[in-house]
Ligand binder design. Structure first.
Ligand SMILES: [Zn+2]
Length: 131
C-alpha cells in the first residue's frame, strides 16, 4: 500500500514517479483517471505541462478545466471540436437576434398604428367640434 503517496492520474498513466512538486497532481487526482487520459490523448502530456508552467498557479485549475472540455469536444467531433459548438451557438444567436429585431419592428408598427388611431380620433373630435 502506497498510503498517501499514491501517484496522480497523470503519473500513473505515464508510469513515472509522482513527486511532491508534480505539476499535474493538484489537477489530475488518481480517482479521475479519464480527465488526464483524454487531455493526454488530444494535447500530449508535455504540451499540457508547458501550458500549465506558463500560467500563474491561480489560473491553472481553470486552464485544466477548459483543456478537458476542449479535449472532450475534440473526441466527440474530430473535425470541428468545440468550434462546432461555438458556431452552432453563434448561428442560434444570430437567428434569435433576427427574431428579436422582427418582434421589435412589430411592436413599433403596433405603436405607430395606435398613435395614428389616436391622431385620427383627435382629428375626428376636432371635426365634431367644428360642426
Ligand atoms: Zn504526478
Amino acid at each position: 500500500m502506497g498510503g498517501s503517496s499514491s501517484p496522480c492520474a497523470s503519473c500513473k498513466l505515464l508510469r513515472r514517479r509522482c513527486t511532491k512538486d508534480c505539476i499535474f497532481a493538484p489537477y489530475f487526482p488518481p480517482n479521475e483517471p479519464h480527465k488526464f487520459a483524454i487531455v493526454h490523448k488530444v494535447f500530449g502530456a508535455s504540451n499540457i505541462s508547458k501550458m500549465l508552467q506558463e500560467l500563474p498557479i491561480q489560473q491553472r485549475a481553470d486552464a485544466v478545466n477548459s483543456l478537458v472540455y476542449e479535449a472532450n469536444a475534440r473526441m466527440k467531433d474530430p473535425v470541428y471540436g468545440c468550434v462546432g459548438a461555438i458556431s452552432f451557438l453563434q448561428n442560434q444567436i444570430s437567428q434569435l437576434e433576427m427574431q428579436l429585431a422582427m418582434a421589435q419592428a412589430e411592436i413599433l408598427c403596433i405603436q405607430m398604428q395606435n398613435n395614428n388611431n389616436n391622431l385620427c380620433e383627435i382629428q375626428i373630435n376636432n371635426n365634431d367640434n367644428n360642426l
